[in-house]
Design a protein around this ligand. Structure first.
Ligand code: ASP
Length: 412
């Protein structure tokens, strides 16, 4: 007899409009034998839902065939009924999982790592694939959206920040995990780092391989993220990203590969901690202002000012800057080297009437005011262009004064 070790109770849109809330209840702790059966069962359900491909069908058939063979050739053993033992989570309080889509919720051809549909599995699917979550904390999950992270918008960011700020007031909530596509994970992480008003852990994770690939990395990343979100050591550290056993601060984290399971890193800044068999080790932290010490308040905003990021490359037509400026409230230039560009760019940028932040297309290193080629522009410090755009959008909710914005780039 197969037993479910988790039961997912749909309790409807209790807390937040437009979102479905799922509670993961802990109950019978399985024996190892049961766990094997449960895994098979879960896999079967998932694979059926994900429209089973040839390889998957073969795997399911193998299981069935073996079971049939056994019953034909050997006497059936009576397995004693196991009494249910409820799992007691290691920690008190809830970890709330906010699911937004991405590859972690991706479904494709069985075994394959590319060519899948991101944002397909639901929050419920994600947590039911990792029964061990129930050992860490009580789990609630909210489906915020289910998209490829390239379709995340300022509206989704604001919704996420407001939800976290609202739920963080509940003393039963001990932390948050956001599941997210890896493409823009760093931007969402940095935005939340600047706009959530809580010291409770807020962790973002995702995966590089879809749920249907061989050795999918999503379940382990989700498990380790819940461990970090439930950990007292993560309190007050700002928004963290957990990926492939490592912990990163939101300000430093970035995506550095298109395919590697270690695609999330922090380049020269490195990781700030490690998760090992569910234990959390945090060694470093950011010195920059974040979360409850941040001045940015998005609670009454519907969207954010528009900022365009313009790359520089050899011989690029500076006219593109004029077009971008006409359609934006601020610009970020991804310059060459320490934020440099051509004479043509310099001439156009000098005449722009909106704040212009200078960053580098390189990925590592800092830009300071001494590096600036055009007076009145703003140095991005060591923020990459995409994160400079996040900070500029927030800065523009308060001021258009370049000197004040420059101060913010050193503070945050
Ligand atoms: N395109 C996907 C996304 O960002 C990639 C991923 O999640 O790894 O949603």
């Amino acid at each position: 007899m197969r037993k479910n070790i988790i039961s997912l109770i749909l309790t409807g849109s209790l807390l937040l409009s437009g979102c479905s809330l799922v509670t993961l209840e802990t109950n019978p702790k399985p024996t190892a034998a049961e766990e094997t059966q449960i895994t098979e069962e879960t896999t079967t359900v998932k694979e059926t839902e994900a429209s089973v491909t040839e390889t998957t069908t073969a795997a399911v058939e193998t299981t069935v065939t073996e079971e049939t063979k056994t019953s034909e050739t050997e006497p059936v053993e009576t397995v004693p009924e196991v009494t249910s033992v409820p799992v007691t989570p290691k920690t008190t309080g809830k970890v709330v999982i906010l699911a937004t889509g991405g590859t972690i919720a991706g479904v494709g051809d069985a075994g394959k790592s590319a060519g899948y549909r991101p944002g397909t599995l639901t929050a419920e699917d994600l947590i039911s694939a990792v029964p061990q979550l129930a050992e860490v904390a009580q789990i609630e999950a909210i489906q915020v959206c289910n998209v490829n992270s390239d379709d995340i918008t300022a509206e989704v960011w604001i919704e996420l920040a407001n939800k976290i700020n609202e739920l963080a007031r509940d003393p039963d909530v001990r932390g948050f995990v956001i599941t997210h596509g890896t493409d823009t994970m760093e931007e969402t992480a940095y935005f939340l780092n600047l706009t959530v008003k809580t010291d409770k852990p807020v962790v973002i994770t995702g995966s590089m391989r879809p749920s249907t690939s061989i050795s999918a990395d999503g379940p382990m990343n989700l498990y380790e993220s819940v461990c970090v979100a439930a950990s007292n050591d993560a309190i007050g550290k700002g928004v963290l990203v957990v990926f492939s056993d490592l912990i990163y601060t939101a300000r430093s984290v970035t995506k550095t590969s298109t395919y590697d399971v270690m695609a999330i890193s922090a380049r020269e800044n490195g990781a700030c901690g490690v998760v090992r068999d569910g234990e959390v080790f945090i060694y470093e932290g950011t010195t920059k202002r974040h979360t409850s010490k941040s001045e940015f308040d998005v609670s009454s905003l519907k969207t954010l000012p528009k900022v365009s990021v313009i790359y520089f490359s050899v011989d690029m037509d500076p006219e593109i800057l004029k077009y971008a400026a006409e359609h934006s409230d601020g610009l970020v230039i991804a310059g060459a080297g320490a934020g440099e560009f051509s004479e043509g760019y310099i001439e156009v940028i000098k005449k722009l009437k909106i704040p212009v932040v200078i960053s580098s297309r390189i990925g590592d290193g800092i830009i300071i005011p001494d590096n600036l080629l055009v007076e009145g522009t703003i140095a991005a410090d060591n923020l990459p262009p995409q994160k400079a755009a996040v900070l500029l959008r927030l800065a523009l909710t308060e001021t258009t004064d370049a000197a004040k914005i420059q101060d913010m780039f050193f503070e945050y």
